[in-house]
Design a protein around this ligand. Structure first.
Ligand code: ADP
Ligand code: ZN
Length: 213
């Protein structure tokens, strides 16, 4: 299964990606996670990406495309993959298409998560991420057992700089201007499946799997 997840920030793509990757036994490839790992490790790539990310803008395609192309050559992606957070504009979608055509391994499906703007803002503003394992939670909707502490690994929870309220508006604008156009792009290729991102995590996971059958 070669699968892409698309949806606004805060739609829960990351949470669902973990479940879907395990269901289909494919690697979960999140460009946001790869960038954050590089920032944490203070690599050249991380230093370059940080200023774009903190402002809620896209990291330039020249950097992102090569990073993904390289990741897709890893042995674990041989029999499929789940891309979470990529492509995020038409240029990236074109690049990916060409890259996959070259290897004769076209996409199987693109799964869109739909969510209202008002709900997105509520989710992002209360979202917290773990410094240890990267898992996300929410101060109200998915409160950890102990405030500020990750349920999965005991790591410290923090607010991502791009979840700050003044950055959220820009991320939503970037999403509607740059990312939303790829939804029609994949629709015209006959690859698009859309589901609502409202509800319990398990409910949405079941919806996603049903849509991909
Ligand atoms: P979210 O889905 O909540 O916006 P991500 O972790 O997917 O969070 O992305 C965080 C940030 O990482 C983005 O706002 C952007 O700066 C950068 N980023 C992630 N994926 C891409 C991509 N495909 N192209 C450019 N920038 C990206
Ligand atoms: Zn953790």
């Amino acid at each position: 299964m070669r699968l892409i997840l698309v949806g606004p920030p805060g739609a829960g793509k990351g949470t669902q990606a973990v479940q879907l990757a395990s269901h289909f036994s494919i690697p979960h490839i999140s460009t946001g996670d790869i960038f954050r790992l590089n920032i944490k490790g203070e690599t050249k790539l991380g230093l370059h990406a940080k200023s774009f990310m903190d402002a809620g803008n896209l990291v330039p395609d020249s950097v992102t495309n090569d990073m993904v192309a390289d990741r897709l050559t890893h042995p674990d992606a041989k029999n499929g993959f789940l891309l979470d957070g990529y492509p995020r504009n038409i240029g990236q979608a074109d690049f990916l298409k060409e890259n996959l055509e070259k290897s004769g391994t076209p996409l199987d499906a693109v799964l869109e998560f739909k969510l209202e703007n008002a709900e997105i803002i509520k989710r992002l503003a209360g979202r917290r991420a773990c410094r240890g394992c990267g898992a996300t939670s929410h101060v109200i909707f998915e409160a950890p057992k102990v405030a500020g502490v990750c349920d999965s690994c005991g790591g410290e929870l923090y607010q991502r700089p791009d979840d700050a309220e003044n950055v959220i508006a820009n991320r939503l604008a970037v999403y509607s201007e740059q990312t939303e156009p790829i939804i029609n792009y994949y629709k015209s290729e006959g690859l698009l499946k859309s589901i609502s991102a409202v509800g319990e995590v398990s409910e949405i996971a079941a919806r996603a799997i049903a849509a991909l059958k």
